[in-house]
Design a protein around this ligand. Sequence first.
Ligand SMILES: Cc1cc2nc3c(=O)[nH]c(=O)nc-3n(C[C@H](O)[C@H](O)[C@H](O)COP(=O)(O)OP(=O)(O)OC[C@H]3O[C@@H](n4cnc5c(N)ncnc54)[C@H](O)[C@@H]3O)c2cc1C
Length: 295
Amino acid sequence: MRLNRFEFFNPSSLLEIFDLLARYGKDVRLIAGGTDLLVQMKQKLVLPQKLINLLALPGLRGIERDGDSLRIGALARHADIERSTLLKNGWKLLALAAHKIGSPQIRHLGTLGGNLCNGSPSADTASPLLVLKAQVCLASGRGERRLPLESFFTGPGETVLEKDEVLKEVIVPKPPVNSSFSYLKLGRRKSMDLGLVSAAVLLTVDPGRGSFEEVRIALGSVSPTPIRIRETERVFEGKPVDEDMIRQAAGLAQKECQPISDIRASAEYRREMVKVLVERAIKAALGLPIPPTGI
Ligand SMILES: Cc1cc2nc3c(=O)[nH]c(=O)nc-3n(C[C@H](O)[C@H](O)[C@H](O)COP(=O)(O)OP(=O)(O)OC[C@H]3O[C@@H](n4cnc5c(N)ncnc54)[C@H](O)[C@@H]3O)c2cc1C
């Protein structure tokens, strides 16, 4: 599979990028690591005549603390996220998920921004960032806007990004004190595979009462976009930490997803696995033993 011919731009500032986006409109695409886009170009799913390279941009690769929040530049690679010592406590959930992406080669090329802007329901960084209540900062020649990641995805391969916008950074607020977390990804093999179902959990427990305080759950690959399952989350809150209760509540998660059948798994299998993964993800976050779950 060969790539079509295209013109390649190497701008070194956001202003130059805005100018190119305004000038070339629908003929142009942004490229970061290229691990999604080049595959799509080889498969002729997209045929841009011009590519704007984001990787020459200074300043969008950093990971830094800003008060109580963490700011992650859109060009941070998964390998940067995996290794950053700033991702402590609840933020570590994102590092766990980044570690499950592709292979070391893919993680050294692929960026956080590319993973989110590609809009795949199976993007591994999406569900951890949803339970972390992340926000995205989108920039264009018209200015900047900031919105919750939850309103960023609109459908498979679709986001609210306008043609003239660039994802600049992701802002992740401080997770609740004493939160515990887990990220489980069910796949057909141990690496280089997209998740058939994935589940991110972030929760807090009231140690005095032995009950769930706050439970946040997000799922990947089982709906047109990565989703929070709020009805299931609410069922946990205030309930005692008890294995039977966890199993029953996990069953409700199935009602909140709309999996499809595709080349990798049937909708029925995915729906069944939602129950299994949610139960195991809650248990894993609580430090309870679980059987191995795919990758
Ligand atoms: C072999 C292989 C294995 C993989 N395994 C996994 C996996 O396990 N889990 C997983 O989640 N993904 C996986 N992927 C997909 C891919 O590696 C990730 O989604 C990666 O994070 C994409 O980042 P990128 O920088 O390469 O994006 P690119 O391919 O450069 O861009 C992807 C899309 O986002 C747009 N874009 C990129 N950056 C920005 C920005 N800052 N602002 C606006 N638009 C932007 C581009 O225009 C393009 O449409 C795999 C890919 C391959 C080839």
